[in-house]
Design a protein around this ligand. Structure first.
Ligand code: TPP
Ligand code: MG
Length: 293
């Protein structure tokens, strides 16, 4: 099991305080700066390992950064605090984006990122709660994270706790029927502290979602399952912050975050092959330059 990095925790606390007290424009700039630094680390980590899911990592980075640097009630120095908010990355193949975000938050030391996917590394291709602090449940097989998160939210409700459970799904992942069973329960039980975020990049592993098994009208479908639905630009930090606010109806909240797979690197954006293609050394250089490295 990795353990927290005291210097990293201090840096995260300072940055988070700065973000919380900043004027909106400055707040967005600080989040963008953090996100692009995380994107650069993610790309280099994947290139080093020769494995990973870069497209989905880049589409979800702004969502993760907004959550970890401005929303979640967590303490990376004490990752098992009983009433912490729970975060579940249901699209577990994007472990790389989660690991880089957790390292930047001080959950474990940054140098561990260089072990990604290596033999005996804690940082496997999919997140493992027994190896990585900040990971609440193992994910990777699509369609499991949301059902587990609903269980966590039921548990919190039974405890009378207002802790939130936040779960991020891929849009292709929404084709798994288990998610719709979980949504039925979330709607039925009015799990108002559950926040379901769909990374709506419109691409799955080998094709567009709408050419494979269409999801639209996704917001209306989620509404019909009894959720309070918000649709937002998934790369607009201030819009994300607003969308991640508490329920106003006493119902579980679903955020459809419209994103671009490969966001931030021109030759990866909205290109299906970058689901899990690994950039060459030259491509890494181009990507880092575009991301301000
Ligand atoms: C049950 C299951 N089936 C297949 C896979 C293989 N797989 C990994 S990622 C992926 C596509 C996911 O697409 P999406 O949810 O849209 O993720 P994103 O676009 O954010 O990468 C597939 C089919 C899996 N991980 N689990
Ligand atoms: Mg997708």
């Amino acid at each position: 099991m990795l353990t927290s990095d005291p210097a990293g925790v201090t840096a995260w606390r300072e940055l988070r305080a700065l973000i919380e007290s900043a004027e909106p424009e400055k707040r967005a700039e600080l989040l963008r700066h953090t996100a692009n630094s995380i994107r650069r680390d993610d790309i280099q980590m994947i290139a080093r390992a020769g494995l990973g899911h870069v497209g989905g990592d880049l589409s979800v980075t702004d969502i993760l950064v907004t959550l970890f640097f401005a929303v979640l009630r967590i303490d990376p120095a004490d990752p098992m605090l009983p009433d912490r908010d729970r975060f579940v990355l249901s699209k577990g193949h994007c472990a790389g984006a989660l690991y880089t975000t957790l390292a930047h938050s001080g959950f474990f030391p940054m140098p561990a990122l260089s072990t990604f996917m290596g033999p005996l590394s804690e940082l496997n291709g999919h997140p493992n709660r027994n190896k990585v602090p900040g990971v609440e449940t193992n994910t990777g097989p699509l369609g499991h994270g949301l059902p587990v998160a609903v269980g966590m939210a039921v548990g919190a409700a039974m405890n009378g706790s207002d802790r939130r459970v936040v779960v991020v799904l891929g849009d292709g992942e929404m084709q798994e029927g288990s998610n719709w069973e979980a949504l039925m329960t979330a709607g039925h039980r009015r799990l108002e502290h559950l926040l379901v975020i769909v990374d709506r990049n419109r691409l799955q592993q080998g094709a567009r979602t709408e050419d494979t098994n269409s999801l639209e009208p996704l917001p209306e479908r989620l509404t019909s399952f009894g959720l309070e639905v918000r649709e937002v630009d998934g790369h607009d930090y201030l819009a994300l912050l607003e969308a991640f606010g508490p329920s106003t109806t006493g119902r579980a909240v679903a955020v459809v975050a419209n994103t671009i797979k490969g966001k931030g690197v021109s030759f990866m954006e909205d290109r299906v092959e970058w689901h899990h293609k690994v950039p060459s050394e030259e491509q890494v250089g181009l990507a880092l330059a575009e991301l301000g490295g």
